[in-house]
Ligand binder design. Structure first.
Ligand code: ADE
Length: 334
């Protein structure tokens, strides 16, 4: 008796997001300039029969850094081994990772800015001259061994490129900054993902979901899945405007994609600091949120929407922020 065919593994949250990841450049929507550049680098490396150059991606979370690394592996026809800065605790961990790679393989290091100094120092000569310098033993009896590595590609990803040391940054053959996606690209990503998930969505609903997606594919796909849940439970045949509205209401996300913390941040600047300027530290204390999260997660999005300005004196709410919150300037909440 033959076993039933296994259904594609898309039942878990991460599994589903995985299934939505484009596998090839031709399926990857947006970041056009980066794709063109990468395709050229890959074609040239393949033409020479060499490993692809080391690459560094930076930009906000969810914009596709990991996806690109896996696409590069697939286009180069090689394995991608994945790790992250904080997972590499000791120099020996880095040495073990590097020495286990086979010719032309890709080592993807996420959050590369969190690599510790000792691991970073093992990485330098590996990136530059394919050498692994190992120190065996301690004190006066310590010995240094040098191993040759096969040609490999290291792809680093970070949300904080300024936290990478200059020597490390300079060892990548090319650095790419992933930008927020265009609204139309997010709409296309939602349409593609809906097809993969087997759920119908109206063009208006795709537009409304895209608007609330913070210009970020990962968020677009998450919202789409929540809308799909809603449509399923309430027996709707497709995701329409009404389903999107109800889904966003439930998640307390407004039509611009602001969540409760975004709104609270703006409200605090307006009501407690009269619209600003207010320093990051003061704002973080008032919002009870850490400075880093404010700076890296909330502010870039609010600035992109034109709701917040960073000035030399501090953060300021823009007239658009007042309008969006339904507030008047120089007045408290109405
Ligand atoms: N899913 C997540 N990111 C994507 C992208 N850039 N293109 C297509 N589908 C995606």
């Amino acid at each position: 008796m033959s076993m039933p065919k296994k259904a594609p593994e898309i039942s878990t949250e991460e599994g589903a997001l995985e299934a939505l990841r484009p596998q090839r450049f031709e399926d990857y929507i947006g970041q056009t300039k980066i794709k063109t550049n990468l395709q050229l680098i890959i074609d040239a490396a393949k033409g020479r029969g060499e490993a692809c150059d080391h690459l560094l991606f930076y930009g906000q979370a969810g914009l596709g850094k990991t996806t690109l690394a896996y696409i590069i592996g697939r286009e180069m026809n090689v394995n991608v081994r994945s790790t992250s800065g904080p997972a590499i605790e000791k120099a020996g961990d880095m040495a073990a990772l590097l020495s286990n790679l086979e010719a032309n393989e890709v080592l993807f290091i996420d959050e590369i800015h969190r690599l510790n100094k000792l691991a970073e120092e093992i990485l330098y000569p590996a990136l530059e001259s394919r050498k692994l310098h190992l120190i065996v033993g301690k004190g006066p009896s310590a010995r240094t061994f040098t191993l040759d590595l096969p040609p490999i590609t290291v792809i680093g990803a970070t949300t904080k490129v300024n936290m990478l040391s200059a020597p490390l940054r300079s060892r990548f053959g090319a650095t790419f900054r992933l930008e927020y996606y265009q609204h139309e690209d997010i709409e296309r990503i939602i349409a593609r993902s809906a097809k993969i998930l087997g759920v119908a969505i109206t063009p208006e609903a795709a537009r409304a979901l895209a608007r609330a997606s913070r210009f970020t594919p990962r968020i677009a796909n998450r919202l789409l899945k929540r809308a799909r849940d809603y449509a399923q439970v309430y027996k709707k045949r497709s995701i329409d405007d009404e389903v999107v509205k109800a889904t966003l209401d439930m998640l307390e996300i407004d039509d611009l994609g602001l969540d409760e913390t975004d709104r609270e941040l703006l409200r605090i600047i307006v009501s407690k600091f009269n619209g600003g300027p207010v320093g990051l530290k003061t704002l973080a204390a008032a919002l009870n949120e850490d400075m880093e999260t404010i700076e890296e997660v909330y502010e870039p999005f609010l600035m992109k929407l034109g709701l917040l300005n960073r000035t030399s004196l501090g953060r300021m709410a823009t007239p658009l922020a007042y309008e969006h919150l339904g507030l008047q300037r120089d007045k408290k909440l109405i």
